[in-house]
Design a protein around this ligand. Structure first.
Ligand code: NAD
Length: 331
């Protein structure tokens, strides 16, 4: 049978990427929604042929516990709401996937993981690139070392975001700026490009328009050290567009641009162009989650994966504020 999925929060990502991804997936079906908007509920009900009993709002959401026709809730809300809805889903006895960044900080991520464990439900994080062939090749190169060990990684993810009214621009809702939103991809990539966990970080936050980026980071740069001696230099910003990953190995290099967009991704290595299938990231991701959840196997991108990025984000923020090198301890 197929994995029966409910989308919680019907904003841009749920509407334009996840719902189409679910339609294209082999092993999933969108069976329900959680929304505060009766207009959206009516539209989605018609478009996706949803049963009334699977349509929830934020007030009656907890009654999902009594609905046997739902396997998993996918939380696609503003960052500050992930923890609450992950825990309410777990309390209802349903598996849960949350969007990145999984939480506001590492402490909250740990609480979410422990709570889901205590309720015996799986917790996944929507790291779509882990299910995608170009990214899988970057991971394979870290393991098989075709070009030797990675020595230096340079990566940037930025987009021009000036929407003063958006939740992303308000620290209370976003937990930070470009670092939380897109810098997390660079952090995650530095980890899968090396196959290692970083041991320390230095960072610099630069603000040129404090009236726009009031209580969030505008541009932030950081440098991660890895146990093997590899170094990763990262940048994220809300002032420009960038989406590159380059890796310099002992005996070769890899360069992807774009490395993080929904696709098509593109890249070359010292051996020539990267030739991999262009896939629908969200469809592949959802099929990956479905196989794991339906067969009661560990998910590929669990809460623990999200926690590691949150530990690094906390360290980058601290390094930028103190101007000092901050040690990173993963447990
Ligand atoms: P969005 O603003 O388009 O959608 C957020 C939704 O939450 C809206 O429908 C809004 O109505 C709803 N909502 C419910 N209660 C709310 C409240 N109290 N305040 C504000 N909004 C409320 O945002 P989005 O771009 O869809 O992002 C949602 C999440 O998905 C974020 O965590 C983001 O980081 C993540 N995301 C992930 C990817 C990816 O590629 N994995 C891409 C985009 C966004």
């Amino acid at each position: 049978r197929k994995l029966r999925v409910v989308l919680c929060g019907l904003g841009s990502y749920a509407t334009n990427q996840l719902a189409p991804g679910l339609s294209q997936s082999k092993n999933c079906e969108l069976v329900g929604i959680v929304t505060g908007s009766p207009e959206k509920a009516a539209k989605w009900k018609e478009k996706y042929n949803l049963a009334d009993k699977n349509i929830y709002n934020y007030q009656n959401f907890d009654t999902i516990a009594n609905n046997p026709d739902i396997d998993v809730v996918y939380v696609v809300l503003p960052n500050s709401m992930h923890a609450e809805y992950v825990m309410r889903t777990a309390k209802a006895g349903k598996h849960v996937i949350t969007e990145k960044p999984m939480s506001m900080d590492a402490k909250q991520a740990r609480e979410m993981i422990a709570y889901c464990k205590s309720k015996n439900v799986k917790l996944g994080v929507g790291y779509r690139l882990h299910y995608e062939p170009f990214t899988n090749e970057v991971m394979r190169l870290a393991k098989d070392k075709d070009f030797g060990k990675p020595k230096f990684i340079e990566t940037k993810f930025a987009w021009r975001n000036r929407d003063l009214n958006a939740w992303r621009m308000n620290n209370k809702w976003s937990g930070g700026g470009a670092l939380m939103d897109v810098g997390i991809y660079c952090i995650n990539a530095s980890r899968y490009a090396t196959g290692e966990e970083p041991i320390s970080v230095t960072a610099q936050a630069i603000k040129t328009e404090p009236e726009v980026y009031r209580d969030i980071e505008e541009t932030i740069l950081w440098q991660l050290k890895f146990p093997s001696g590899a170094i990763a230099s990262g940048m994220s910003s809300y002032t420009t567009n960038a989406h590159e990953l380059s890796i310099h190995y002992e005996k070769g290099s890899l360069s992807m641009s774009p490395a993080y967009d929904y696709g098509p991704l593109k890249g070359t290595t010292s051996k020539g162009p990267m030739d991999f299938p262009i896939v629908h990231h969200q469809a592949y991701q959802m099929d990956g989650f479905a196989v794991a959840i339906l067969n009661n196997k560990p998910v590929l991108t669990p809460g623990e994966e999200g926690l590691k990025d949150m530990i690094i984000i906390d360290a980058i923020k601290k390094a930028a504020i103190t101007g000092k090198e901050v040690k990173i301890v993963m447990n």
